[in-house]
Write a protein that binds this ligand. Structure first.
Ligand code: F6R
Length: 611
């Protein structure tokens, strides 16, 4: 969501901090700021509303140089985006803090601190932290001791970075509910909320765990756990090329990521397929033993990841014969859930740091599920670390806020799960599994064929440029594909879009249909296609304009008010993955025509680490 970067070195660190912020900007971007302990011995800061480029400009006009500093990009939760609400927040002229997360008891703390004479200059929850720390330093003069005592009074979620002008030989950090990683250099060390911010300076990282407090000096790192005991945390070497943070030949990260799908789907399959079956131990060494006991599946996720889970429900019940329930995490976590015996609890997440999904997993652990499985794109994430079993999607870093390649690789992971459960429980015919394994091998090629329709879809997008509302229709496992298509369109083009199961149209939404309402449909050639055709007739009869992505053999033809885009043929089970591609391209080109900020749409953030 928001982004944190910190550095302590022998050289000027301002440019490192700003470069780190640029790399994190895709997460939150309504304001940005940097605070540096300057070479003159003062704590000074620059803050600007808007993107990091604005902060960069401010620094060009009024440079800041120093060897210790912290920086932040903000996505507003408490207090509007404004310069006075932007981080870093100061207490007096000695102490600066940046914060990701939400402090739930900030109102009570604010009153208490006001009573002690502190004057607040922002509307944020973060400012209570810096004043509270200032207050603690009056009795605990060591910065680390004062921080331990201050965070003990905070309720909520935080990733914090702290610097003090009176103790400029250290950078302090605290993690609870919001990720932080230390980057290890030679005679210099760094801190960030995501390693992506630091790949320009190091490839060695230490991930802080829940409740950890760290004191980072130029040549050493000291970490204390939740109980205050000194601990060693493992160092991790990062290998993947840094090319991910580069748009390459593409105009936007989103388009680049859409076109990466054949490659990342291939990677997600690598090492996970035997000759005619899925290798169940791809889910972990204990997977086969645990999967054999599974009688039900509960899936929990948010947004696009939730749509992937909805597709998986069709697969799990249809192919593996396992009852499956799916719920959005923000609902699941707050209701009383009745758990069926031997239920596998599955979370799906690109980032692995989504606050609601993580909270749902933590609740689930108290509820008696058989075991937990995370299908996730970030191996070092909290979700992965806290789940019993894991399947890592291999989408690589996804920078565009609108999720694309993460979704299709999640679907691949969920198909592998379906086949594994069916195989181990003996509910899936071996011939069907062998056929689907073969189809999965061909999938990257099929996706490449769908991507080759890029220019055709770009043309179709012109039909939307002046529209304000759209309906997306699908039947069966294509209904969640329609939901995902409508989410993409509204996210990046700001056109109001809704998805319906095509059979529901006549129960209400048909009243909306007229010549101003384009209706987008996905139509693979399956046993539901004839029923879908009748639904499309209902739309045409009301003057509605149809855009249909249809299998070449589905028998749906171009005509007045009906624009058909022919799709390559694919096995029906894998059709949700293939039919996602033209819908992603459609949203992309509509957004480009409308001139919106495709990679960083308004009001949204990449990794939603607050409730
Ligand atoms: C939409 C989108 C979001 C995320 C959601 C969950 O394009 O990206 O809806 O899917 O915020 O995020 P993860 O998958 O990181 O848990």
């Amino acid at each position: 969501m928001c982004g944190i970067v910190g550095a302590i070195a022998e050289r000027n660190i301002t440019a490192i901090l700003v470069e780190g912020l640029k790399r994190l900007e895709y997460r939150g971007y309504d304001s940005a700021g940097v605070a540096v302990f300057t070479n003159d011995g003062d704590l000074d800061r620059r803050r600007r509303v808007g993107k990091v480029a604005g902060l960069d400009q401010a620094l060009a006009e009024q440079p800041l140089a120093g060897r210790l500093g912290i920086a932040h990009t903000r996505w507003a939760t408490h207090g509007a985006p404004s310069e006075h609400n932007a981080h870093p927040h100061f207490s007096g002229d000695q102490l600066a803090v940046v914060h990701n997360g939400i402090i739930e008891n900030y109102e009570a703390l604010r009153e208490q601190l006001k009573g002690l004479g502190y004057v607040f200059t922002s509307d944020t929850d973060t400012e209570v932290i810096v004043h509270l720390l200032h207050h603690k330093l009056k009795t605990d003069t060591d910065l680390a001791d004062a921080l331990k005592s201050a965070v003990a009074e905070l309720h909520g979620a935080y990733g914090l970075a702290v610097i003090s002008a009176s103790q400029p030989d250290r950078l302090l950090a605290a993690r609870s509910g919001s990720p932080l990683v230390i980057g290890l250099g030679l005679g210099e060390n760094f801190l960030a909320s995501d390693q992506l911010a630091l790949r320009q300076v190091t490839d060695r990282f230490i991930y802080l765990e829940e409740g950890d407090i760290a004191e980072i000096r130029r040549d050493s790192v000291q970490i204390w756990d939740q109980q205050g005991c000194a601990v060693q945390r493992e160092q991790v070497q990062y290998h993947e090329g840094a090319e991910a943070a580069d748009k390459g030949e593409y105009r936007h990260f989103m388009l680049k990521e859409i076109h990466e799908q054949p490659k990342v789907v291939q990677r997600t399959l690598e090492g996970r397929l035997g000759t005619d079956h899925v290798l169940v131990n791809a889910f972990g060494p204990r997977a086969a033993e645990l999967f054999a006991k599974v009688r039900n599946v509960q899936i929990v996720a948010c947004g696009t990841s939730y749509h992937a889970g909805m597709v998986a429900r069709y697969w799990l019940e249809d192919l593996a014969g396992i009852p499956c329930q799916i719920e959005v995490a923000s609902e699941f976590r707050y209701r009383k859930v009745v758990v069926q015996p031997d239920t596998l609890f599955v979370t799906i997440s690109q980032s692995g740091e989504t606050a609601d999904t993580l909270a749902a997993l933590r609740n689930a652990k108290e509820l008696g599920y058989l075991t937990s499985l995370a299908i996730c794109n970030v191996g070092t994430s909290s979700l992965v670390r806290e789940s019993d079993l894991t399947l890592l999607t291999q989408a690589g870093p996804e920078i565009g806020v609108a999720s694309t390649k993460a979704f299709t690789t999640q679907l691949v992971g969920l198909m592998l799960l379906t086949l594994s459960l069916g195989q181990v429980r003996g509910t899936l015919d071996a011939g069907v599994e062998a056929h689907l394994v073969e189809e999965l091998r061909r999938l990257p090629t099929r996706l490449g064929e769908a991507l080759a329709m890029d220019k055709t879809v770009e043309k179709v997008a012109e039909l939307f440029a002046e529209k304000h509302h759209t309906l997306f229709l699908g039947r069966g496992a294509q209904y969640p594909v329609a939901m995902e298509g409508s989410l993409k369109l509204k996210e990046i083009s700001y056109i109001h879009a809704e998805a319906y199961p095509a059979g529901e149209l006549k129960h209400g939404p048909l009243a909306l249909v007229d010549s101003d309402m384009p209706v987008v449909t996905v139509a693979p050639n399956n046993e539901l296609v004839e029923k879908l055709k009748s639904n499309l007739q209902e739309v045409r009869a009301r003057g509605g304009e149809l855009i249909v992505f249809a299998d070449r053999e589905a028998g749906i033809d171009n005509g007045v008010g009906t624009h058909v885009v022919a799709m390559p043929h694919i096995d029906d089970s894998l059709a949700p993955i293939l039919y996602t591609i033209p819908l992603q391209l459609l949203s992309y080109y509509v957004a480009v025509l409308k001139g919106t900020d495709v990679d960083q749409p308004r009001n949204l953030a990449k990794s939603v680490t607050v409730e």
